[in-house]
Design a protein around this ligand. Structure first.
Ligand code: ADP
Ligand code: MG
Ligand code: ZN
Length: 572
């Protein structure tokens, strides 16, 4: 895989503005006190699709909607006593049965304690699956970001590590750690890691079903094994049946999509009356949200890729940029994919090595397939460069990006719609040389046209937060971070991006400016204390540095993070 990215970087800061309305994911909380007609319809449809829900729940509202699920708030009179609030996650009917079962198994085996969401029931009718979980009312990260006290940030991170330690102990790599998947109830100081829809297992995972949702190469070998897994008495799974398919593909490329005919039987919580029905599935088992899966087909006809159109995409229709520096990066990987996948293969040299061209040898290489799930801005460098050997360390990187947002007051911090842009943005914070160096350790060679220095994390965060470290006084934080503007894309093999970023601009966009009394001017939430923020201890930035370690092998683990001096006097 080779690609070039050109990113203009003026003042490398955060890559999003404070309170960027484009970046809220899911539905806004408490959006309206009335139900939208669309929501009402969706609720009716859900009752129709899974009628047994009506016997137990009153579905009140839709609280989340993603690509692969919709989440509803419901109430239930489960036992004698008060009504209970339940979150109902309705998975899209095309979700792969093994994916569904694996998500459920993560919740049932690892969930229910240490800030990991548990599950109460699961319902199924035909291809509709609904997971019922305890409902945790939670804040919108963006809404509270600039009003959190420093102590709250400490608690937030501590509790996130607690959840990560728990799932990592089970050999679960979450792969999508971000604020919307870590629910936070500020008042109750309750936390819950949710959404195992993209989770994968480590090589020694204790979650049986995750063994079937690993990398594509591993997956192909798994098609040989018939398996029958019984988990508790909730899920039984038979299959997978090996079958080549993808009839929808006009070229009839024989890309193996295992498990397609797997049958899944998910019994209803207590009475388990629902029978077993085979689910037909159109989606890959990976739960790859960015459809990276199709890259596996590309080797079939590299020539087609070559002549693939050049398109220019306006990522965000934002202000046009002033040109300053351009940094272009290129990631080179050897086309050799080792069967064992024990480590990334070392880069082979060829005609185009260390140039910004892509030679014919490289063009004919099979694109490396590696799991790449998650949200670009939270992806670790080894994910962005498609290192096939990914570990729980990728979740720690994502936690580091959350911490970076908390310390800088900017969310999302990295805003990139593609991996190379995300990588270039990481370079502007962590340094290009450092990034290149680290990538070497996992077998990736990155070319970068300009050298950008690593930033001092404290200075960066204080500047973004608008706190002058010398006077400990808040300054007006007017430096708006850069944002991508224009991307031009060529082929899969040679992708070149041009991202124009505006110079730090005046903040007319809703940053919570604090006056010297620590009062916010724009939002209620800002009326919080500056307490703690004027003297953020070095330990905070030391921990941040260890989370954003470019080298996954030395990156701090969740268990270690909990013992970090930043959390001294906090107990598990
Ligand atoms: P998706 O795979 O679509 O992202 P999630 O499991 O992340 O699904 O759920 C989407 C959203 O629904 C979450 O961001 C959260 O706002 C809400 N949600 C999910 N589970 C719960 C829960 N148990 N309690 C309260 N809200 C929840
Ligand atoms: Mg989610
Ligand atoms: Zn080459």
């Amino acid at each position: 895989m080779e690609a070039t990215v050109g990113v203009q970087m003026d003042q490398p800061l955060a890559f999003s503005s404070p309170r960027d309305p484009l970046q809220t994911d899911g539905l806004k909380k408490h959006e309206q006190n009335f139900k939208l007609p669309g929501v009402k319809k969706d609720i009716e449809k859900l009752y129709e699709a899974v009628p047994q829900l009506g016997n137990v729940f009153k579905i009140k509202d839709k609280i989340g909607e993603g690509t692969f699920s919709s989440v509803y708030l419901a109430t239930a009179q489960l036992q004698v006593g008060p009504e209970e609030k339940i979150a109902l996650k309705h998975l899209i009917p095309t979700s792969h049965p093994i994916r569904i079962a694996a998500e459920l198994q993560c919740l049932t085996v690892a969930g229910g304690q240490d800030n990991v969401m548990g599950v109460k029931y699961c319902f199924r009718k035909n291809d509709h699956v609904v997971i019922a979980m305890p409902y945790l009312e939670h804040e919108s990260f963006l809404d509270i970001l600039n009003s959190l006290s420093f102590q709250e940030v400490r608690e937030y991170m501590f509790n996130l590590f607690k959840a990560l330690k728990r799932i990592h102990q089970f050999g679960i790599v979450h792969r999508d750690v971000k604020p919307s998947n870590f629910l936070y109830n500020r008042r109750l100081k309750k936390y819950a890691l949710v959404d195992f829809g993209l989770a994968q297992g480590t090589h020694d995972t204790k979650i049986e079903l995750l063994k079937f949702v690993q990398s594509e190469t591993q997956q192909e070998s798994c098609t040989q094994n018939k398996s029958h897994v019984i988990m508790g008495n909730k899920i039984s799974l038979s299959g997978p049946a090996s079958k080549e398919l993808d009839q929808r593909s006009p070229t009839k490329t024989s890309v193996k999509r295992p498990y397609t005919n797997a049958q899944i039987q998910i019994k209803q919580g207590k009475d388990g009356k629902e029978g077993s029905v085979g689910l037909s599935v159109q989606r890959s088992v990976f739960g790859e949200r960015n459809f990276n899966i199709h890259s596996s087909i590309s080797h079939e006809s590299p020539a087609v890729k070559l002549i693939k159109q050049s398109k220019t995409v306006d990522v965000l229709s934002r202000k046009l940029a002033t040109k300053k520096k351009t940094v272009s990066t290129k990631v080179i990987t050897s086309g050799v994919v080792r069967k064992t996948g024990s480590s990334c293969p070392a880069a082979l040299t060829c005609d185009c090595y260390a140039t910004d061209k892509v030679c014919s040898i490289c063009l004919s290489r099979r694109q490396q397939v590696a799991p790449r799930a998650g949200t670009p801005g939270f992806r670790a460098p080894e994910v962005l460069t498609k290192c096939p050997n990914q570990t729980t360390a990728i979740d720690m990187w994502s936690a580091g990006v959350i911490f970076l947002s908390l310390l800088s007051g900017r969310y999302p911090f990295y805003k990139a719609s593609d991996d190379l842009t995300a990588l270039a943005q990481i370079m502007t914070i962590r340094g290009s040389r450092e990034t290149i160096q680290a990538a070497k350790t996992f077998g990736k060679s990155i070319l970068c046209s300009k050298e950008v220095p690593a930033q001092d994390l404290r200075k960066l965060c204080e500047r973004l937060r608008g706190i002058d470290s010398h006077t400990s006084k808040p300054t007006s934080a007017t430096q708006s971070p850069t944002s991508p503007d224009k991307i031009s894309e060529k082929t899969d093999h040679e992708t070149s991006y041009l991202i124009q970023t505006p110079l730090a601009e005046s903040s007319g966009n809703g940053l919570c400016k604090r006056d010297s009394n620590g009062c916010g001017s724009l939002f209620d939430e800002c009326a919080t204390n500056l307490e703690g923020w004027d003297e953020v201890p070095d330990e905070a930035y030391d921990l941040l540095d260890k989370l954003l370690d470019l080298n996954p092998a030395s990156r701090i683990t969740a268990e270690e993070a909990l013992l970090h001096p930043f959390f001294k006097d906090m107990s598990l």
